[in-house]
Ligand binder design. Structure first.
Ligand code: SAM
Length: 180
């Protein structure tokens, strides 16, 4: 059977909440995932954050806003000395590949794109104007036409600046790549 493909990238994923949330939402939406080939690249520059992300273990404080039925379905609850800890189940970890990537040196890395979705939330705030433009151009090149870029609430893409690619604002924080 030819599988339909969704390739997503969480760029600046920190300790993994974003890629696992995406994995959960997609798994919950497509249920058994048959017929779908779903891959999520999760990258960050911070090695320690990536190590924690790979483990996928969170405290009660970190998971307390996840609806209980999702928590029950997608997390193993710790017992004994692990009481109060929640581990992401294998079903959510399987589609996610964690990788150390410095967004400032994109172009030197091979990426498993083109991507349908790129999340880069609360990362541009660390970059100057020039680096933001450089990274946006790379995202544009690595998204498929019609693909979506999600940024943070305090971030935006200047859609009038064609040197950044042709973007359409779908809604606040979501931008669509219009063409190659
Ligand atoms: C505030 S966190 C955002 C995490 C997540 N995207 C979110 O919104 O919850 C910013 C992340 O960007 C990462 N970061 C900063 N500069 C980076 C760079 N040049 N390349 C890759 N990641 C970077 C940091 O290590 C950190 O994990």
């Amino acid at each position: 059977m030819i599988k339909k493909k969704i390739t997503a990238w969480s760029a600046g994923c920190s300790t993994g909440e974003e890629p696992y949330t995406l994995s959960l939402v997609l798994h919950n939406y497509f249920k058994d995932m048959s017929g779908w080939d779903i891959k999520i690249l999760a990258s960050d520059i911070n090695t320690e954050a990536l190590e924690n992300a790979r483990k996928g273990i969170y405290s009660y404080q970190e998971v307390k806003n996840i609806p209980y039925n999702y928590l029950k379905t997608y997390f193993k609850m710790g017992t004994g000395s692990n009481q109060g800890l929640f581990k992401v189940k294998e079903v959510l970890q399987r589609p996610v590949e964690f990788k150390k990537i410095n967004l400032a040196s994109l172009g030197q890395q091979s990426l498993p794109g083109p991507f349908s979705i790129i999340f880069c939330r609360n990362v541009f705030i660390y970059f100057d104007h020039q680096l933001r433009a450089k990274v946006l151009r790379q995202f544009y090149q690595n998204l498929m036409p019609g693909g979506l870029l999600f940024v943070g609430h305090s971030e935006s893409v200047d859609t009038s600046n064609q040197s950044l690619g042709k973007w359409r604002m779908v809604k606040h924080t979501i931008y669509e790549k219009l063409e190659q």
